[in-house]
Design a protein around this ligand. Structure first.
Ligand SMILES: Cc1ncc(COP(=O)(O)O)c(C=O)c1O
Length: 380
C-alpha cells in the first residue's frame, strides 16, 4: 500500500529526546532482580492453558515502509483475557495468597487490569472489589463481573476511581492490588510488572537469532514499558533503541522526562486508547523509564481506527490480526517516521532495522472495536 496518500492522518507526532538517557542493566536489575523476573516466568508458565502468545511478522508493512523486519507481539491471544494485563494482576494475587488467602482484594482500573485481578481472585476463591470511572464502558464492566468481581462505579475519571479505591480500601482493610506504585507501595506493582516481563522472555525465545534494533513500547502509567525494559536488561544480548509512545492527551512520561521529575497531568480529553489514558506515572516505572527511555513520542487518536482496520484486513501481515485501541501506537509511530524524514533520522530507523512492537490487547470491548472498524473502513 502507498501510505503517502494518508500523510495528513499519519504525519503528526510530538518527539522528545531524553537528555538523561543512560541505559544500565545493573541499575535496572537492581530495581527488578533477575530472581523476580525468573520467578514470574517459572510460575506463570506452569499455569493451566499457558502458552506463549504469537510473535507475528508484519511482513507487508515492513515491505511498504522499506524496513527489514517488524515483529508484532500479539497479546490478543493471552489466555482468554486478550491482553498482557493477564500476566500481572493475577500473578500478584497468586503470590499474595500464598501468604494469606483470607483477604479481600481491591483495585481501580480502566478495564484490562481489573479483568486480570478479577480472574486471579476468582481462580483462588478470593473476594474482589473493583473501582471504575464513568469512562469505563458497560461491556468492560460486564467482563469483570463475569469473573465474580463486585464493581463500584465512581463519578469522575480514572484518577477519581483510584482515589476512591484507596480511601474505601483503607477503611475496610482491603488489600489493594494496583498496577501503579507510589511512596511505600512498591512490592505489589513489582510483582505485577515482573509478570508482564514474561512477554520479553517469550519474545527472546521466538526471535531466535534476530536482535531487534528498536523496541517501541506504549505507556499509560508506564508499568508495561518498565517491565519490558527490565526484560530487555535481563534477556537481550544487545540493547535496542528504546522508544516510548503515549497518547498526546496523556503524555505524562514525555512531560516528566522534559521536566526531569514525575509530573502529574490533568487529563482534559480522554484518549480512545483507554488503557493509556493515565495522568500519573508509576513511581518504580519512573525510576526505570527516566534513564532508559531514549526517545519519547506522543501521538493523536486519529490514526487508531485506521491501524485497527489495517490489522483486521490483513494489510500489514499475511493473516488478519485482532488488535484493540492500545495495540496501535507502535505501528502509528512507524507511520509517523515514514512520513517525516527528520523523525525517522532521530529514531535511527533504516532499511536494515528490525523493529519490535506490542499489540497489547485484542478486542477487549467488542462494541468499541466494531465501531472503530467502521470508521477505519471509511478512511481506507
Ligand atoms: C491494553 C493496554 N495497553 C497498554 C496499557 C498501558 O500499560 P501501563 O499502564 O502499564 O503503562 C494498558 C494499561 O491499562 C492497557 O490496558
Amino acid at each position: 500500500m502507498d501510505y503517502l496518500k494518508y500523510k495528513n492522518l499519519l504525519n503528526c507526532s510530538i518527539y522528545h529526546l531524553n537528555q538523561n538517557y543512560n541505559f544500565s542493566k545493573n541499575y535496572i536489575l537492581n530495581i527488578f532482580s533477575n530472581k523476580n523476573l525468573s520467578d514470574a516466568y517459572n510460575n506463570i508458565s506452569k499455569w493451566k492453558d499457558y502458552k506463549p502468545t504469537p510473535l507475528i511478522e508484519l511482513n507487508k508493512l515492513a515491505k511498504d515502509l522499506k524496513i527489514n523486519k517488524i515483529f508484532y507481539k500479539d497479546e490478543s491471544k493471552r489466555f482468554h483475557l486478550e491482553s498482557f494485563k493477564a500476566l500481572g494482576g493475577a500473578y500478584a494475587i497468586e503470590q499474595i495468597a500464598k501468604k494469606n488467602n483470607k483477604i479481600i482484594i481491591s483495585t481501580a482500573t480502566a478495564g484490562n487490569h481489573g479483568r486480570s485481578v478479577a480472574w486471579g481472585a476468582q481462580r483462588l476463591g478470593i473476594k474482589c472489589k473493583i473501582f471504575i470511572s464513568k469512562n469505563v464502558s458497560k461491556t468492560r464492566e460486564e467482563e469483570m463481573k463475569k469473573f465474580g468481581a463486585e464493581i463500584i462505579r465512581v463519578n469522575g475519571n480514572y484518577d477519581d476511581s483510584f482515589k476512591k479505591c484507596k480511601e474505601i480500601s483503607k477503611k475496610n482493610n482491603w488489600q489493594i492490588v494496583q498496577d501503579i506504585s507510589w511512596e511505600n507501595y512498591s512490592d505489589i506493582p513489582t510483582l505485577i510488572m515482573s509478570g508482564y516481563s514474561v512477554m520479553i522472555k517469550e519474545i527472546v525465545d521466538q526471535l531466535k537469532n534476530h536482535n531487534p534494533t528498536h523496541v517501541i513500547l506504549q505507556a499509560g502509567v508506564g508499568g508495561m514499558a518498565a517491565a519490558a525494559i527490565a526484560g530487555i536488561a535481563a534477556y537481550f544480548k544487545k540493547i535496542p533503541e528504546i522508544i516510548i509512545v503515549e497518547s498526546n492527551n496523556a503524555a505524562g512520561l514525555l512531560q516528566s522526562i522534559k521536566n526531569n521529575k514525575p509530573t502529574k497531568l490533568n487529563i482534559k480529553k480522554e484518549s480512545i486508547m483507554g488503557g493509556m489514558s493515565c495522568g500519573e506515572i508509576s513511581l518504580i516505572a519512573w525510576k526505570v523509564l527516566n534513564k532508559s527511555t531514549k526517545h519519547s513520542i506522543a501521538i493523536p487518536d486519529d490514526a487508531v481506527p485506521f491501524v485497527i482496520t489495517l490489522l483486521n484486513k490483513a494489510k500489514l501481515s499475511d493473516d488478519k490480526i485482532i488488535g484493540g485501541e492500545c495495540s496501535t501506537p507502535g505501528i502509528i509511530t512507524l507511520f509517523a517516521a515514514h512520513m517525516n524524514f527528520d523523525l525517522k533520522n532521530k529514531l535511527s530507523i533504516k532499511s536494515d532495522s528490525k523493529i519490535l512492537v506490542f499489540g497489547c490487547e485484542g478486542a477487549t470491548d467488542k462494541q468499541i472495536y466494531e465501531k472503530l472498524i467502521k470508521i477505519g473502513e471509511q478512511i481506507i
